[in-house]
Design a protein around this ligand. Structure first.
Ligand SMILES: Cc1cc2nc3c(=O)[nH]c(=O)nc-3n(C[C@H](O)[C@H](O)[C@H](O)COP(=O)(O)OP(=O)(O)OC[C@H]3O[C@@H](n4cnc5c(N)ncnc54)[C@H](O)[C@@H]3O)c2cc1C
Length: 407
């Protein structure tokens, strides 16, 4: 065979190999696409997880309130608006582990300048790092005129004692799985997301994780050093830091990757077609648009996990209930009967001057749990708190029938 002939043969073999490789790659891609489509129920938007009964959580790690000492405080951002509190149990007993994404519930005594005294309030804060045997960590953002957040920033110093309920919540990531994960955090929503990230990489350092973290500019970014360190150590972690309004000192490529908000277009642009599990936590506007948009994109409901820090209403594709006749709600202890037409029972009670306890107002802390003496309630959004049978959470519940409540 001549040299030219040999060269042609080699080129032909290389060409055939390339065609075969490309064909196999395309076939695999097509198969995973078909599998995802089939799982998502073929074309069309998917309903989001609705208020169905979830498996009952394991019993809390301890009952009621337990005292913790603030072992350390540390600011997490340049602006000093987010402070981490490291909490060690006062009784010195072992610290139970928790699932990454769960939160703690706090009872805080805050000053009431109007009457010169103080009052007890309840708030929830996500555990903001993976479990460690010595302490829990939470990270609190100062909210303008916010009672608990300002109290913690201004008055909860090292060695302060706090009353804390055991870790709880259904928004958590399975660290034993090895499937690809998309974590989406907006603002202070990074706290449970960071806990998930840190725990997932500690359990499986090679796991693919795409983290989308949206803030306004560099001054609002928290835990930056830890995030950069994790990204350097884990080849399969990809950080997509998005600044919606970068400051004059923020440099694209160095301080952030994308300009703009974290939205569905960004996700579609950056993500390959894979069976990702999505975990989303952020402010109400982000939750209310991004979560339904993921379903519209075809992501199966079982793969979308989310938590809002307040009463965000993530739109479900259920038809809006038609306004029916008013239902009577009797608050037996206060001797009041009110007509309910819309909104939560908590709003009804407050508007009608019935004195009821409340805390997070989003179904997490259980402060507004009230016994039902007769009648039935329904939930638009499944509570994170495990409600005692025969009771309801006023902040999320609506009457389904005429109702008598022990309040
Ligand atoms: C599961 C869960 C996890 C959470 N995790 C975190 C976390 O990790 N980090 C974090 O920082 N936060 C977290 N939060 C939010 C946190 O619980 C508090 O809601 C937050 O700190 C604000 O509480 P606050 O008492 O400071 O503000 P609040 O006093 O409750 O006020 C909240 C807002 O309402 C306004 N407001 C209050 N009263 C009125 C009124 N009468 N009229 C008009 N406006 C009013 C205030 O100005 C403020 O802007 C979480 C919430 C939940 C439910």
């Amino acid at each position: 065979m001549t040299t030219q002939g040999l060269l042609l043969l080699i080129l032909l073999i290389i060409f055939v190999q390339l065609v075969v490789y490309a064909g196999v790659a395309f076939f695999r891609y097509w198969l995973s696409y078909q599998a995802l489509k089939a799982e998502a129920g073929v074309a069309g938007p998917q309903p989001l997880p609705g208020p169905v009964a979830e498996p009952v959580s394991p019993a809390p790690a301890w009952e009621g309130w337990r005292e913790f000492r603030v072992a350390r405080r540390a600011y997490e951002d340049i602006a000093g608006q987010v402070c981490s509190f490291y909490l060690a149990p006062l009784d010195g007993k072992p610290l139970p582990a928790f699932l990454p994404g769960q939160f703690l519930t706090f009872r805080l005594d805050v000053a009431e300048p109007a009457c010169g005294g103080s009052k007890s309030i309840v708030r929830c804060y996500s555990l903001s790092d993976r479990a460690c045997p010595e302490h829990y960590r939470i990270s609190i953002k100062r909210v303008p005129a916010g009672l608990a957040s300002n109290h913690c920033h201004d008055h909860v110093r090292e060695d302060a004692i706090l009353a804390v309920k055991a870790p709880s919540g259904h928004f958590h990531l399975d660290v034993n799985g090895d499937g690809p994960v998309v974590l989406v955090a907006g603002g202070i929503g990074i706290t449970p997301i960071f806990s998930m990230l840190s725990a997932a990489l500690a359990a499986r350092p090679e796991r693919e994780i795409q983290l989308f973290y949206g803030v306004r500019d560099g001054s609002e970014m928290v835990m930056r050093a830890r995030l950069d360190e994790l990204a350097q150590r884990h080849a399969n972690l990809r950080l997509h830091v998005c600044f919606s309004r970068p400051g004059p000192d923020d440099v694209q490529g160095r301080d952030y990757r994308h300009q703009g908000r974290v939205d569905i277009d960004r996700l579609r642009l950056e993500l390959k077609i894979k069976p990702y599990q999505f975990y989303v936590c952020g402010p109400a506007p982000m939750m209310e648009t991004l979560v339904p948009a993921l379903a519209d994109w075809g992501v199966a409901a079982a793969r979308i996990h989310y938590e809002a820090f307040g009463p965000a209403t993530v739109t479900r594709r259920a038809p809006e209930p038609e306004a029916g006749p008013a239902l009577g709600v009797t608050f037996s202890r206060s001797g009041r009967r009110l007509d309910w037409q819309a909104g939560s029972l908590l709003e009804l009670a407050e508007a009608g001057g019935v004195k009821v306890e409340s805390g997070c107002r989003s179904g997490c802390c259980g402060a507004c749990q009230t016994s039902i003496e007769s009648g039935e309630v329904a939930y638009e959004q499944l509570p994170e708190f495990d409600v005692v049978p025969g009771s309801c959470l006023l902040c999320l519940a609506q009457p389904r029938t005429e109702l008598v409540l022990a309040a």
